[in-house]
Design a protein around this ligand. Structure first.
Ligand code: TXA
Ligand code: MG
Length: 329
């Protein structure tokens, strides 16, 4: 199968046609690229699992392009859930709600709930609107690989497995959406992201943060290894240690992934290959996956800065901990 990359202008018609025929199409969102199919068509949904090599007990998020479409796929939407939807959609958040009967078990992996997301990316919303059906989509990577933040990342991973990728440039947010379960008594964050606990608490009064293992178990996906680069990765909290490990691991072609300040510190001590993730935590969030993609291509060992446990940096660290398997130096 030939995998095409087309802009919205050139590819929309073809994308809609493919979705109607029950095929899959990769598309950009503000978080990461998704691999979409008609959420109401079981056979099409199965193709996503095949293309990704994804375990069938890991549910998919359903994407809509209008708040009024949420009623079609979810039921018993509480006022608190409505408040979250109004505050953060469209945006980098997924809300877990009780599912409507039309959502097949293949999408929800047999759960009575469904994750709903209304992305804030014009290519995503134009695509979903034109399809006239809700689009279920996981991140557009093969299982256990890093989520793609550009059409080129999708192509590298999925070439030959899917017919079409809609081009939408680089993802602005850069890590997957925050997932909040609104079906529990206390709204519970199942996956941290750009919408932080503090932002959610402002709207809800209180949320359970992503900390306890019980919370993790609610998102079935959390038990699988995720977001791992092809080479070994470790986390370092000081420039000194990073340079020391860099020198020790010289034979493995190491690289340091860090923000601009950290890299300036590194430059004072040693002469190391580095990838600069930018100045702010937003910059780091936007660039973290693309830097891992670049690092695994050009280098053989990744030393990544510890960005701490505050605000969105904590969400980025959640992905880095997974990628490094928790290894620290
Ligand atoms: O930003 C994102 O959310 C991206 C873009 C493409 O929208 N999508 C994404 O999908 O990250 P995926 O499949 O890679 O991750 C979805 C996560 C999985 O860990 C899955 O287990 C969890 O969401 N999930 C989906 N439905 C759920 C449900 N009903 N209850 C609990 N967890 C759910
Ligand atoms: Mg994923």
């Amino acid at each position: 199968m030939l995998t095409e990359i087309l802009t919205l202008e050139d590819g929309l018609e073809k994308a809609v046609e493919l979705i109607r025929k029950g095929e899959v199409v990769a598309f950009p969102t503000e978080t990461v690229y998704g691999l979409g199919a008609n959420a109401l068509d079981k056979k099409a949904v199965k193709k996503i699992f095949e293309a990704k090599g994804r375990p069938a007990d890991n549910p998919l998020i359903v994407h809509v392009a209008d708040k009024s479409d949420i009623d079609r796929v979810a039921v018993e939407i509480s006022n608190q859930a409505k408040a979250v939807i109004d505050a953060f959609m469209p945006g980098p958040i997924t809300v877990i709600l009780k599912k409507a009967d039309c959502v097949p078990d293949e999408v929800s992996a047999g759960l009575p709930t469904v994750g709903i997301r209304f992305p804030a990316h014009v290519v995503a919303t134009e695509f979903i609107k034109a399809c006239r059906v809700p689009i279920c989509a996981p991140s557009a990577n093969t299982s256990t690989k890093i989520s793609p933040t550009s059409a080129e990342h999708v192509f590298e991973d999925m070439n030959g497995r899917i017919p079409l990728i809609l081009q939408g440039g680089e993802c602005n947010v850069g890590i997957e959406s925050t997932i909040i379960d609104m079906t529990c008594e206390v709204p519970t964050i199942l996956r941290p992201g750009a919408i932080t606990p503090a932002m959610l608490a402002d709207v809800l009064g209180g949320v359970k943060t992503f900390e306890g293992k019980i919370v993790v178990a609610k998102a079935p996906g959390m038990k699988y290894r995720h977001y791992a680069p092809d080479c070994e990765m470790v986390v370092s909290s000081s420039a000194q240690t990073a340079v020391k490990i860099y020198d020790e691991e010289k034979d493995r072609k190491p690289v340091i992934l860090a923000n601009s300040d950290f890299i300036a510190e590194v430059a004072k001590i040693g002469n190391c290959d580095c990838i600069d993730l930018g100045k702010s935590d937003e910059d780091v969030m936007r660039n973290i996956y693309s830097s891992m993609h670049e690092a695994q291509k050009k280098f053989g060992f990744i030393i990544c800065q510890d960005f701490g446990d505050k605000g969105i940096a904590a969400s980025v660290m959640n992905r880095i901990e997974k990628a490094s398997g928790g290894k620290r130096v």
